[in-house]
Design a protein around this ligand. Sequence first.
Ligand code: FAD
Length: 491
Amino acid sequence: SCFIRLFVVVVVLLGSVTMHVSDPVLPSPPLEALRLEGKLSFDDGHLAAKDFGNRYRLLPAAVVHPASVSDVASTVRHVFRLGPSSKLTVAARGHGHSLRGQAQADGGIVVRMESLGGGTRVSHRGGQPYADASGGELWINVLEECLKHGLAPKSWTDYLHLTVGGTLSNAGISGQAFRHGPQISNVNQLEIVTGKGEVMNCSEEQNADLFHAALGGLGQFGIITRAQIALEPAPEMVRWIRVLYSDFASFTEDQEMLISAKETFDYIEGFVIINRTGLLNNWRSSFDPQDPARASQFDSDGKILFCLEMTKNFNRHEAESMSQVSYLEFLDRVHVSEVKLRSKGLWEIPHPWLNLFVPRTRIKDFAEGVFGKILTDSNNGPILLYPLNRSKWDNRTSAVIPDEEIFYLVALLSSAPSHGSLERALKQNSEIVDFCNKAGIKMKQYLPYYTTREEWNGHYGDRWKTFGHRKRTYDPLAILAPGQRIFRKPL
Ligand code: FAD
């Protein structure tokens, strides 16, 4: 053992000598050396280590509050120049509404995009209106600015307190996507800071590969600092209608008919009610903005019901007596429930959500295998179920959807107020995924979460090669969005 110890000492000494001689390690410039117009802070990491999922807490080394795009670029360039041996990474954090630490950077730098400023400017090009918005802007602010001009973005998420860069890194879907496609189908141009710290403008015409890579790209190819978003004239009001079904086939047939019809509604969604409803069940699509919980609180009496939800836009002079609300109230409907849940301490709790895109030809099998069997009630959160059409998505973007023209979003939006309910929801989620795998239902996860290379490979399928190639091109040191756990530094 004496010999072994001596051998180890010699090897260690030799190692250090070799390092000194052939590979001098230059001291890395400390983070404090970063010169920013905004702020670099070392004491608010705990906020950057939280998200809506409320289950992952990865502390960063520092948080950058950028005041300009050049602050974002300087930050990434600083890390890029440290080279592949540095473990430092950079995560853009939008509104932190990820579910599993996707906007966190363990021991890295979090760039708080909401500090970026720059707001929203409304302009026209070739007669077409668009909003030029900061990547860190909340959609509610984009909407409010656009409404001053009588305009609004075409495609939405159900909830508007999310950032432009955050939803464009996923897809951004809601009940308008059947007509306009997801939010990523409604972007004219992006300004991006790549993983090398370069600021690039991109669109269909200019740097098109980066443009498509970043849309739905899970933050892997660059930080979106600005986006030009297509607008349309905003209606003043919406008529808001719900229809209940007890038969799944009629429910989905009607949904599919409505998304394919020429003359149809402006927003089409749907949800599933299993064994009664409650506050947590209702929050996502509250019907009455004045009293979201009461409006749909009824006992489904042990049955499974399906609710089709639609709206029709109109202007005030066309008004008549029906369930109607202003366009802003309708689009911001979930926020009303957020305020209510917050007051009861039910917002900042774990959210073990599972979002799946299920191909149309297997949605019936999915419903039969899951509703009432794996999921025996919907008391811990809404279950959305509505169809989307592939032709409204651009397959050059990084978003992944099933290989059929019509596919369904099935969003299981559980809240877990107790440890027991968290365990139960996680178990149900894995049972549902297992069920799909065993039944050969080729679903794709939306807001995907995987931990192994094989799983990511399977998620992207034959697009994995392009995804990897784009990563090597735009973020060759794998600095960006480490919380997605797709690539590890160094690549
Ligand atoms: P964050 O959670 O902060 O970031 C998400 C990911 O994007 C991270 O990897 C982050 O590093 C990266 N990122 C953030 N900003 C940028 C940027 N500027 N450039 C590049 N990468 C960036 N989604 C829908 O499609 N439809 C819905 O109806 C919908 N409703 C929701 C309702 C609620 C209550 C919640 C919590 C989420 C909902 N989502 C919905 C999901 C939501 O779109 C995503 O979670 C989105 O990422 C949240 O945006 P964020 O600004 O909070 O992003």
